[in-house]
Design a protein. Sequence first.
Length: 139
Amino acid sequence: MKMAVVFQFVKRPTGSGAQCRKCPIVVARRDGVVVGYALATSIAAKSHVGIVQTMLRAFPAPPNCYLYGPVCVTESERGNGLAAMMYQEMRKRLPGRTAMSFVRFDNIPSIRTNRKMGKMELGEFIHDGESYIVFAFTS
């Protein structure tokens, strides 16, 4: 029988900038071992990243929006709802805020997971020849 997942919330280092420090990292542990994590990052902190710029040109972010992801789940935990649990934990920590994320068009498991969690699908954009789907949600 598996032990319960314990969530830890990590604050950003001081040098990350004020907006980043307000965005937590959710770390999921089982039996003391990291089995997943999810990041929240301010739009300002990632505004220099090409793919984020492309997404924001196609889908401008609302005020006070943050980027959700990446989300990583160890292979042994996939399909057990861990991504959804981390998503709910993040939403509790950032109430009332809108988040945006993107998933490569051929990453069917991630697209399915985002849809199952009820995230709103905004549409698609192309960056460096690859198609991506944009999702959004409000906590």
